[in-house]
Design a protein around this ligand. Structure first.
Ligand code: SF4
Length: 213
């Protein structure tokens, strides 16, 4: 695994990351998509990999899935600039399917290669709560046996006293919209509630009122 120095600032780390060639994704990216947002955020969102749109903009979660995420955060009264948003890997890799270029899932070796950058972001931002978006991010923080479908939305305390809340990928929710609208409504509501749970745990929203007896 690559060893990174302690950069004086997160911005200097971001600039250094632009030169990273520690895995095969360096060959398919246009640019490295480092995390973005509030450098002292109480809440960090960690997805899997940058999309093709992110590869063009240089920012994480900027495609249709990112717009859904922004919309859901907006329903909670939160803006992405209040959070730190990042991914397990920082470079786009695509695969052709039905004449379209889609995101290629991150390989274990790529996640391991990029982990020092993620750990560096965690060290600088020092969030209280992490939302692990999608199964790969959930397994990164909670172990390989973690089952997202059975355990999403729960709060798990991990080493260092941080809380990890796993949830589904906005891209998965978006796909349901065209193939199964009733499941889309449910998945969207679950994602919204998981974000709310995380924001409450981070102290960004007041606790839910108690249920009536
Ligand atoms: S994905 Fe991460 S480890 Fe791989 S080249 Fe990009 S920045 Fe480096």
């Amino acid at each position: 695994m690559q060893q990174l120095p302690m950069y004086p600032t997160l911005e200097s780390a971001r600039l250094a990351a632009q030169e990273c060639r520690a895995c095969a994704r360096s060959e398919t990216r246009s640019q490295v998509v480092f995390g973005a947002g509030a450098t002292r955020a109480r809440l960090m969102l960690v997805g899997e990999s940058p999309s093709g749109t992110d590869d063009a903009t240089g920012k994480p979660f900027t495609g249709p899935a990112g717009r859904l995420l922004d919309h859901l955060l907006g329903e909670l009264g939160i803006h992405r600039r209040d959070l730190w948003i990042t991914n397990l890997t920082r470079c786009f890799a695509g695969v052709e399917r039905n004449g379209r270029i889609e995101n290629r899932p991150a390989r274990s070796a790529e996640i391991r290669a990029c982990a020092p950058w993620l750990e560096l972001e965690l060290r600088y931002v020092n969030p209280k709560v992490i939302v692990a978006i999608g199964a790969p991010a959930a397994k990164y923080f909670l172990g390989a046996s973690f089952q997202l479908t059975a355990q999403r939305g729960s709060a798990f305390e991990v080493v260092g006293g941080r809380v990890v809340i796993p949830t589904v990928q906005p891209a998965y929710v978006m796909r349901l919209q065209s193939i199964d609208p009733s499941r889309y409504d449910l998945a969207r509501a679950e994602l919204l509630e998981d974000l709310r749970t995380a924001a409450i745990a981070a102290g960004m929203l007041p606790p839910r009122p108690p249920l009536p007896e």
